[in-house]
Design a protein around this ligand. Structure first.
Ligand code: AMP
Length: 532
C-alpha cells in the first residue's frame, strides 16, 4: 500500500517558483570586478532562468546534459543554477583555480556540452579550448568579444517556458573534488538530495536563514554546492549579495552598504576581514551571523567574532556531503557556560545535522567502531540521503554495504556527540606508534599574532619514525622566533607533541581549492633531517 499524499517530485525548480511567488521583490545584488553594481530580485532570477531554458533548448541541450560554468559569484551565475537544472540539465561548476591538467580532465570527463564563463577567465578558455573536446558552445557572462554575451543570448528569448519535469532522483549538479592524488572525482548531486539538504540547512541550528537575512556568501559558487545558499536563500526569500572580489576592503564596504547581517566564508576570509578592521582602525561591520567551515576555524578568530556579538555556526562537511553534515551551534546549556567554554564548543565541528549519521572507526582496523569517548581518534565515516554513494562514472560504490562513506578525515567524537577533527588520514603524524594531531599544533600556532599561516608535517626520525615539524609563514613586517612559538604551543599540547623544529618559509603550497597542500609540503621537506 502506498501513502495517500500528493505526487510532487522534489526538484529544485520548486524553490525558484516559490521565491518568485512569495518573495519576488527581495533583492539579489552583485558587485562586479570593475566596481559596478547591478540589482535584480528573485522574480528576475526566475524570469532569466526560464529564458535560459529556452536558449539551451534552442541549442538542443536538455535532459542530463552537462552545462558548465567557469565563474565567480554573481547574479548571472545564479540564473544558470536554476536555468541549467530547470532545463533538466546538470550544472557543472568548474573551479577556475584548478591546474590545466585538472581543467582538461574534468570538462572532458563530465562531457560538458556548453561552457558559460566570466570574461576574466578568457585566458583559461583560450588555453584549454583545443583540449576540451566535448564543449560545443561558449557563452561569456559579461562581454561579447570572444563569445555571445549571456544577456544577449538569453535576451533573445521571451521566457514563456516551463521547467523540464522528471524524477527527483535525476542528477542536477556536478562538482569535482581534487584530491591530493589521482584525477579529480565528480560528485553528482540529485534534485532530491539538494532539496533535503535545503530543508535541513534551514533549521535554526544550521544556516538559520530567514527573510530578514541579507547574506554575503563569500564562499565561491563553484565550490561544494556553494554551501547550499542558492537553494536555501530562495526557500526563505533571503537577500543575496554577491561580490566578485574577496578583498576585505570591498567586502566591508558592501556589508555596510547592503545591510548585510550574515556572512559565510572559510576561516581565511574571516582572518582577512579582522586584519583589515585592525589595520584601518574601523569598527567590525555590523554582522550578526557568521557561517564558517572548509577548514578548522582557529580559536583566536572565534573569540574575536564572538566578542563582537556575532553568532557563529562552524560547519563541517565536504563536496561529497552536499556539503553540510555537522554544525557547531548552541547546546541547551550554552548560556550557562563561561565564554571560554562557549568558544570551545564553536571551535569544534559540531554535531550531526538531522539526516546525517556519523561514526569513527579504528584507523588500522576499520571493522572496529570506536566509542564516543572524546579520546579515541579514528577514521570519520558518514551516511545519509545527501551523502555520496558513487563518484560520477565510477564502476563501484564509494561506500560500504551499510552506506558508510569514509571521509578521509580523522576525528574523535565526544560523549555529547560533538565532532572534533584532528587530521586528514593522509596527513596524520605517527610518532613512536602514537598519533599527533597536526591540526591542533597548527591551531595553536596561528593564535600567535605574527603568524600568517602554519602547517605541521611529519618528517623522518631515526628513533620515532616520524616527528612533527612546524612550517610557518610570518605576517609581513612582523617578528617571531621558533622558541617563542614552541613556548606558546607548550601551553596548549602535550610535551611529546611539541614540534622538533620550527622552519620559517615565505610561502606554503596550496591546492587548487586554496587549502594547504601537505603533500607538496612533505615533498619539499623530504630530505629534511632532524638531529637524533
Ligand atoms: P571540500 O570537499 O573541498 O569542501 O573539502 C572537504 C574537507 O575540508 C573535509 O574533508 C575536511 O578535511 C575539510 N573541512 C571541511 N570543514 C572543516 C572544518 N570545519 N574543520 C576542519 N576541516 C574541515
Amino acid at each position: 500500500m502506498l501513502g495517500a499524499m500528493q505526487d510532487w517530485e522534489l526538484r529544485v525548480s520548486l524553490l525558484i517558483d516559490h521565491a518568485a511567488r512569495e518573495h519576488g521583490s527581495r533583492e539579489i545584488v552583485t558587485s562586479w570586478a570593475d566596481g559596478s553594481e547591478t540589482r535584480t530580485d528573485w522574480s528576475g532570477i526566475r524570469r532569466d532562468a526560464l529564458k535560459m531554458v529556452q536558449a539551451l533548448q534552442r541549442l538542443g541541450i536538455g535532459k542530463g546534459d552537462r552545462v558548465a560554468t567557469l565563474a565567480m559569484n554573481h547574479s548571472r551565475h545564479l540564473v544558470t543554477w536554476y536555468g541549467a537544472t530547470g532545463a533538466g540539465g546538470v550544472l557543472h561548476t568548474i573551479n577556475p583555480r584548478l591546474f590545466d591538467d585538472q581543467l582538461d580532465y574534468i570538462a572532458n570527463h563530465a562531457e560538458d556540452r556548453i561552457l558559460i564563463y566570466d570574461a576574466a577567465f578568457q585566458p583559461i578558455v583560450d588555453r584549454m579550448r583545443d583540449r576540451w573536446t566535448t564543449i560545443e558552445h561558449y557563452v561569456c557572462f559579461d562581454a561579447a568579444d570572444h563569445a555571445p554575451a549571456f544577456e544577449d543570448w538569453i535576451g533573445a528569448e521571451d521566457g514563456d517556458a516551463d521547467w523540464v519535469q522528471g524524477s527527483e532522483r535525476d542528477p542536477c549538479m556536478l562538482c569535482y573534488t581534487s584530491g591530493t592524488t589521482g584525477h579529480p572525482k565528480g560528485v553528482l548531486f540529485e534534485h532530491r538530495s539538494n532539496m533535503l539538504h535545503t530543508y535541513a540547512a534551514l533549521m535554526p541550528q544550521c544556516l538559520d536563514l530567514d527573510a530578514r537575512a541579507s547574506v554575503l556568501p563569500v564562499v565561491p559558487m563553484f565550490h561544494a554546492n556553494n554551501w547550499g545558499f542558492p537553494w536555501a536563500a530562495a526557500a526563505v526569500g533571503a537577500k543575496l549579495v554577491y561580490c566578485s572580489s574577496n578583498a576585505a576592503e570591498t567586502l566591508c564596504r558592501l556589508i555596510r552598504q547592503e545591510d548585510v547581517n550574515y556572512v559565510a566564508g572559510v576561516p581565511t576570509v574571516w582572518l582577512s576581514l579582522l586584519q583589515h578592521v585592525d589595520a584601518t582602525g574601523q569598527e567590525m561591520p555590523p554582522i550578526t551571523k557568521a557561517l564558517t567551515g572548509g577548514s578548522a576555524m582557529p580559536r583566536a578568530i572565534i573569540e574575536r567574532l564572538m566578542a563582537s556579538g556575532i553568532r557563529i555556526a562552524h560547519a563541517w562537511g565536504m563536496t561529497e556531503t552536499s556539503p553540510i553534515a555537522t554544525i557547531a551551534f548552541e547546546p541547551a546549556n550554552f548560556d550557562s557556560l563561561s565564554f571560554d567554554e562557549q568558544v570551545t564548543i564553536k571551535a569544534r565541528q559540531g554535531t550531526a545535522l538531522f539526516g546525517v549519521e556519523l561514526r569513527t572507526v579504528d584507523l588500522d582496523d576499520p571493522a572496529k567502531v570506536l566509542p564516543r569517548d572524546g579520546k579515541s581518534a579514528g577514521a570519520l565515516q558518514v551516511r545519509g540521503p545527501w551523502v555520496i554513494k558513487r563518484y560520477f562514472k565510477a564502476d563501484k560504490d564509494a561506500t560500504d554495504a551499510e552506506q558508510w562513506f569514509d571521509t578521509g578525515d580523522v576525528a574523535l567524537l565526544h560523549p555529547d556527540g560533538t565532532l572534533q577533527l584532528t587530521d586528514r588520514t593522509k596527513d596524520v603524524i605517527k610518532s613512536g606508534g602514537e598519533w599527533i594531531s597536526s591540526v591542533e599544533l597548527e591551531n595553536a600556532a596561528v593564535a600567535h599574532p605574527a603568524v600568517a599561516e602554519a602547517a605541521a608535517i611529519g618528517v623522518y626520525h631515526p628513533k620515532w619514525d616520524e616527528r612533527p615539524i612546524l612550517v610557518v609563514v610570518r605576517k609581513p613586517g612582523m617578528a617571531v622566533t621558533g622558541e617563542e612559538l614552541l613556548g606558546l604551543l607548550a601551553q596548549k599540547v602535550a610535551k611529546w607533541w611539541l614540534p622538533d623544529a620550527v622552519e620559517f618559509v615565505d610561502e606554503i603550497p596550496h591546492t587548487g581549492t586554496g587549502k594547504i597542500s601537505k603533500k607538496d609540503l612533505r615533498d619539499q621537506f623530504r630530505t629534511y633531517r632532524l638531529a637524533e
